[in-house]
Design a protein around this ligand. Structure first.
Ligand code: IMP
Ligand code: MG
Length: 183
């Protein structure tokens, strides 16, 4: 399938400018909350990498980054089963961890990761998500830092994908249903 950016995006939900404002606001808040501590930003591959790279540059306290990779999606739907694909390089025991995610939807992914880190005795585990889709929550989980609450629509861009596409859009937009309905 060829990318047709003009027709594939039904609506821009978070503009480039708003994304910058969100990263600045969250970066300032996180820097204040973790002042004097060493912060481990753990990002969930691949969707959160664009957000992490902008957020990281707004953080002024001592911090380190690491990555985990999981997958639970097929097309636009969660399968409800999380597959573990890449573990951390660091040992999280005793670390103050902030999980950095692109979007909190059913909550199954972050709940799974939070439990893994808790089992490994992290000192603290908090969640920072760029987007929050609370309407579809299935796991009992809330984020400590939220960029923007969005409606229950499938969104792409700024790292978020549909079948590995659209990650390169500089904004977050709603994917037009014809893209996945007529696949
Ligand atoms: P959850 O386990 O349902 O909370 O889903 C979390 C993961 O599903 C996110 O990290 C995304 O990778 C993916 N996801 C959920 N909603 C969307 C969406 O609207 N667009 C793209 N990816 C999504
Ligand atoms: Mg993700």
């Amino acid at each position: 399938m060829k990318l047709d950016l003009k027709n594939d995006i039904a609506e821009v939900l978070v503009s480039k400018e708003e994304l910058q404002e969100i990263c600045h606001r969250l970066g300032q808040q996180i820097s204040k909350d973790y002042a004097g501590k060493k912060l481990y930003l753990v990002s969930v591959l691949k969707g959160a990498v664009v957000f992490l790279s902008d957020l990281l540059r707004e953080i002024t306290c001592d911090c380190q980054i690491d990555f985990m990779a999981v997958s639970s999606y097929e097309g636009t739907k969660t399968t409800g089963v999380v597959r573990f694909k890449k573990d951390l390089d660091i040992n999280p025991e005793g670390c103050d961890i902030l999980l950095v995610e692109d979007i909190l939807d059913s909550g199954i992914t972050l709940n799974y990761l939070k439990n893994i880190l808790a089992d490994r005795n992290a000192a603290s585990i908090k969640i920072c998500t760029l987007l929050d889709k609370p309407e579809n929550r299935q796991a009992d989980i809330t984020a400590d830092y939220v960029g923007k609450v969005v409606p229950d629509a499938f969104v792409v861009g700024y790292g978020l994908d549909y079948d590995e596409k659209y990650r390169n859009l500089p904004f977050v937009g709603v994917l037009a249903p014809h893209v996945y309905e007529n696949k």
